[in-house]
Write a protein that binds this ligand. Structure first.
Ligand SMILES: NC(=O)c1ccc[n+]([C@@H]2O[C@H](COP(=O)([O-])OP(=O)(O)OC[C@H]3O[C@@H](n4cnc5c(N)ncnc54)[C@H](OP(=O)(O)O)[C@@H]3O)[C@@H](O)[C@H]2O)c1
Length: 280
């Protein structure tokens, strides 16, 4: 049995689906099973990883855990202590490239580092997936693209190498199932360094329209993100990282291709896969 925290997130859902396709038993954790829309074949666990006692009984018979720092908050040490007591062998942490390369507000890299440190100290065998920005972050543009046909954002010339969640999930599944990945820290990025202007162009191509990127101030971008209902910390996470990548492009690695024995999926592919989200 593999236990997936953050199972309703972008990566968590993809991991649950891939594990089920591989005939693995999956315990998928969510705080709200009624609205989680998880696959029928998964064992849905109602609980909050940030309150680890709520998962205690679900940990028995679990071989490996996918740890989503966002879902677990500052309770990683407590959760992994319960996991060690229950005999769990491995933990795969969805971490961030900022732990290794810097970039963005230090407090966010600090949260990911704390999750990694908790995993290292837990007695479980850890694997760290230090991810670049998710291509799926671009979904934050969807409401304005649908409403106006323009992307207004900050730091248009900041370049990152965004990751398709499918690639993160495939690597996570390898690490969850194969002890050979224990003790490794993988810096995962997409295959191409792209500015915000490039990303807008590629989303436009996927939906068959010219999609200009118009520069606004970081303060305006922050307000617009909050106005569309994104959680309070998200603008600082996204804008802080882009501000750093304006000075120094985010890292690009070949690690996804090396681990998956195929090229990493492009942002253009991601945009095509998610075109419906940007159309009216
Ligand atoms: N986005 C990026 O560019 C990026 C880059 C590097 C690393 N990461 C990390 O990768 C992990 C997976 O990201 P993701 O986008 O797939 O998932 P996500 O949407 O950030 O969160 C996964 C799940 O965690 C739960 N959750 C969200 N906010 C919470 C909160 N404040 N308290 C408790 N639970 C909360 C929700 O599950 P329920 O509501 O079902 O309980 C949510 O579906 C996250 O830990 C993220 O920090 C993201």
């Amino acid at each position: 049995m593999i236990l997936v925290t953050g199972a309703t997130g972008t990566v968590g859902r993809a991991v649950v689906n891939l594990l089920l396709e591989a005939d693995q038993k999956v315990a998928a954790v969510t705080r709200d099973p009624a609205s989680a829309a998880l696959p029928a074949d998964a064992q849905v666990v109602g609980g909050d990883p940030a309150s680890p006692e709520t998962l205690k009984s679900a940990l028995h018979g679990v071989e490996a855990i996918l740890l989503s720092p966002r879902a677990v908050g500052d309770a990683a040490t407590e959760l992994l202590s319960l996991a060690a007591d229950a005999g769990v062998q491995r933990v795969v942490v969805l971490s961030a490239v900022s732990v290794q390369y810097g970039g963005g507000y230090r407090r966010f890299a600090g949260e990911f580092k704390a999750a990694e440190d908790a995993a290292s100290a837990s007695g479980l065998h850890p694997t760290f997936l230090r991810c670049a920005d998710f291509a799926a972050n671009t979904l934050a543009w969807a409401p304005q693209i649908r409403a106006t046909g323009v992307v207004r954002g900050a730091y248009g010339h900041a370049a990152t190498s965004p990751l398709h969640q499918r690639d993160i999930a495939e690597v996570a599944v390898q690490a969850l199932l194969d002890p050979l990945h224990a003790g490794h820290a993988y810096a995962l990025t997409g295959p191409q360094s792209l500015t915000q202007h490039d990303k807008a162009r590629l989303v436009g191509r996927a939906i068959g329209m010219e999609l200009p990127f118009e520069e606004i101030s970081p303060q305006q971008a922050r307000q617009a993100m909050l106005a569309q209902g994104l959680p309070e910390d998200v603008p600082d996470r996204l804008l802080g990282y882009l501000a750093a990548c304006l000075q120094q492009p985010g890292p690009s690695t070949d690690t996804v291709a090396e681990l998956l024995h195929r090229p990493a999926l492009t942002f253009a592919r991601w945009a095509t896969d998610h075109a419906a989200a940007f159309r009216n």
